[in-house]
Ligand binder design. Sequence first.
Ligand SMILES: [Zn+2]
Ligand SMILES: [Zn+2]
Ligand SMILES: [Zn+2]
Length: 323
Amino acid sequence: MGVIIVTLFANAVETIQIGVEDLLRNDERRVLSAVRNVHAGVLLLCKEKLRRLSPDDEILLAQRFEPQPNDKGEVSIEAVGRNTIGVDDIKKRFKAFGVSLDWKRFDAMADIRNHMEHSYYKGSRERARQAVADALLIIRQMLVEALQEDPRATLGSKCWTALLENADLFEAELKTCRAMLENIDWETEAAARALSDFACPSCRSALIRQRDPANTMQQRAVLICSACGEEAELGPVLSQAFDETFGGETHIAVKDGGEPPISTCPECSEETFVIEEGRCAACDFALPEDAACAVCGSGLSAEEYYEHNALCSYHAHTASKDD
Ligand SMILES: [Zn+2]
Ligand SMILES: [Zn+2]
Ligand SMILES: [Zn+2]
């Protein structure tokens, strides 16, 4: 019997192919396996890039390495331990070596995988579709840009076509869902702006829509997830979406000591109060434009207006001491 040496690259390709075959099978039990394999295959492609970047060994695949004296009395860098690199270190090394990858999409795929590992619900094929659609873009970026391999030739026509078709199916479904949400006259611009970040709070699928496609009123909208079939409350959906949409701005505001774009709504307690628009995107709480402290006349935050009976924090504090 001959020894079969499976290269890292061949292993990556095969793992992706097995994942895609799992997805194509009309068997709900294979759905998780599809996502696991595609995710694992993508990670192996990343490792293949690091292997190719390594000088003449596979040093960049090691989790740890240290300088060691060698026979020639010089210093060489040696791998320490047998652990191979994890995602966080791959990210760091890609950055250090100037390999670009859509990590946001990678994380979204990984997130679906983790979520699927820990929950069971019907319709998970839709979740697998989304994860594999994310994977397609990462696989294409890795093969074409980072590894300079032709995707169709590498993965085989059947696998590559299936990946493209899956992404088309997912995109079509997503478009239908998005159109239903766009039909709603959102009461805040912030909500309208965050639509592309809407996701199901139960399964995190992006396939969230409204039950009645013809409805245009925000207050009448009943949100439902096409992937798991659960209904979703607007508050948690918006709060989660705002975190994505306004996360960057919030981060900058906090760093510069400025005001973040979104704060906690005093009425519904969700992170959905849009400061610029002076109202909550999820419930009907709004801050009157002339909201001012009854004693000093300074402008009030939503919380002050709601909690302190129209006094600023300072005068609310003084008033409570007088009692
Ligand atoms: Zn769901
Ligand atoms: Zn509210
Ligand atoms: Zn005051």
